[in-house]
Write a protein that binds this ligand. Structure first.
Ligand SMILES: [Zn+2]
Length: 500
């Protein structure tokens, strides 16, 4: 590592009056958010912007942070986040800033606030600690147009109405269109509906991001669908939370990546994001893509091929909150049923609960992936990291995804060097959702920064204790203001709306 002192040298030659800054972060090892090695340098912040990188020994500043021995990186960018709701309740963003995240991208899996113009205005009126950008959600606009009679293909007139709604969100500054094609109501849409909506995007230089139509049984077909959209519409397309979530797909990461590289060679701008765990969290119904919830053979297939009775943990189950935190195997033993019958029964009770008009929950954490595949998919050149988390769920990713990358995959497993991992959380993430002037430490970029201890940083959240705060994140700045320091959130709500 070299001491970066070119500017000091120039001042020595031409003479400089000592400049002043709002904050100087002194002597950290600075990783710039590309894949470059770290340099020891001072970083000067003026207002919300990075004003200087180099030797600031003679400069004045209102605040000086001694950062010797620590790493300074661009603030992490969560390209697939569900923290939006949690930020309304807690604008200081504990779950987000405590893991070093400074920008979240919401409106994922086809679900977004409607209309985005109003949502963005509410973020301006009631700011939060981090920057927020959003996609426009296909399921949200399909629901607005098609309503409760959604278990069918849309008519052309309905698609035309959806197109108008998408234009409205794109004009408001949405990054693009998101789909959640394993969820209601998007699962009932024809491929042509999604393709037609995607054709709205090029005029806005918008993007497409997708929770694929299948991450297990119909995975290859689902992968082809997103490639086709990228090819025909000529827009950047991103696979959300990339995974191979079924025993039959395990070991096939190379084949999947070959397919994507082939598409890229043909000019398709396809990329992916991924959260660093072998288990996911979603609704219990997502286990049944054909919606045959009473089919015992299907339940047996799910428990053998997709996950297991031990691998399913209920995270929010209103019909019987005592079951939260218990596995399907445990619940089946308690009720003296087979796991297959118990799975069917749990969904039946959920239906009954919902018929009463209650909000009944029904989410699970399920182990479905293989660690070797996770590593291969995350090492793909075009995979950036995300959390897919929120501040209330049982999946630990909501509090620990980014710190887990640094502890588990950098320090313990050595899957990445530290600059590679940082690039995938910052510069690459910014590029793959189309954010400018963030995700890199560069003069003129916004001062979104995270200072951490490379040796101590680690996630503490687990499935049983999902809201434990990470260790080793020393300080976090969003637009030049400190939002996390001394193990606590501050009252700064300096986040901005990210418009496309
Ligand atoms: Zn998703």
């Amino acid at each position: 590592m070299i001491r970066f002192s070119l500017f000091g040298f120039i001042c020595l030659v031409i003479g400089c009056t000592s400049p002043s800054y709002d904050t100087i972060i002194r002597g950290a090892t600075v990783y710039d958010g590309n894949v470059n090695d770290g340099i020891i340098a001072d970083v000067g912040i003026r207002s919300d912007t990075i004003a200087f990188i180099g030797d600031l020994s003679n400069a004045k500043s209102k605040t000086i942070v001694d950062a010797k021995g620590l790493v300074l990186a661009p603030g992490f960018i969560d390209t697939h986040s569900h923290h939006g709701g949690g930020l309304e309740e807690d604008p200081s963003g504990l779950a987000v800033v405590s893991q070093g995240v400074t920008t979240i991208i919401v409106g994922q899996d086809g679900g977004s606030e409607w209309p985005l113009k109003k949502y963005f205005q509410s973020l301006i009126d009631h700011p939060v600690a981090v920057n927020v950008g959003s996609y426009s959600g296909h399921n949200t606009i399909r629901d607005l147009v098609v309503g409760t009679d959604f278990k069918r293909k849309s008519t052309q007139a309905e698609i035309d109405s959806m197109i108008l709604l998408l234009h409205e969100d794109m004009k408001a500054g949405a990054l693009g269109l998101s789909t959640g094609l394993e969820y209601d109501p998007g699962i009932y849409s024809a491929k042509d509906e999604v393709l037609q909506l995607s054709k709205v995007l090029p005029a806005y230089q918008g993007r497409y991001i997708s929770h694929l139509r299948s991450e297990d049984r119909y995975f290859w077909d689902a992968l082809q669908e997103i490639i086709t959209i990228g090819k025909e519409v000529k827009i950047p397309v991103q696979i959300s939370h990339f995974k191979l979530a079924m025993r039959g797909l395990w070991g096939k990461a190379d084949s999947a990546l070959l397919l994507l590289d082939h598409a890229r060679n043909e000019g398709v701008n396809i990329t992916a994001d991924l959260y660093p765990y072998t288990y996911w969290s979603s609704t219990i119904r997502v286990l049944f893509p054909d919606r045959n919830f009473t089919d015992e053979k299907e339940a047996a297939f799910i428990l053998k091929e997709v996950t297991s009775a031990e691998g399913i943990i209920l995270s929010k189950y209103e019909p019987n909150p005592d079951y939260n935190g218990k596995s399907l195997a445990e619940i089946a033993a308690l009720e003296k049923r087979t796991p297959e019958k118990m799975l069917i029964e749990l969904i039946k009770r959920l239906d009954e609960c919902e018929k009463k008009g209650d909000d009944c929950g029904g989410s699970i954490v399920a182990t479905s992936m293989d660690e070797n595949d996770v590593k291969k998919l995350m090492q793909w050149k075009y995979t950036n990291f995300c959390s897919d988390g929120n501040s209330g769920g049982r999946h630990p990713r909501g509090f620990g995804a980014f710190t887990r990358i640094l502890s588990h995959y950098v320090r313990e497993e050595k899957t990445f060097s530290i600059p590679e991992a940082i690039f995938k959380m910052t510069g690459l993430a910014a590029d793959q959702v189309g954010i400018k002037k963030r995700g890199r430490i560069a003069i003129g970029h916004y001062a979104d920064l995270v200072l951490f201890n490379e040796q101590l940083v680690r996630d503490e959240a687990t499935v049983q204790n999902p809201h434990q705060v990470s260790k080793g994140i020393e300080r976090v700045w969003v637009n030049g203001q400190v939002v996390w320091a001394d193990g606590k959130t501050t009252n700064q709500r300096s986040g901005k709306v990210i418009y496309r």
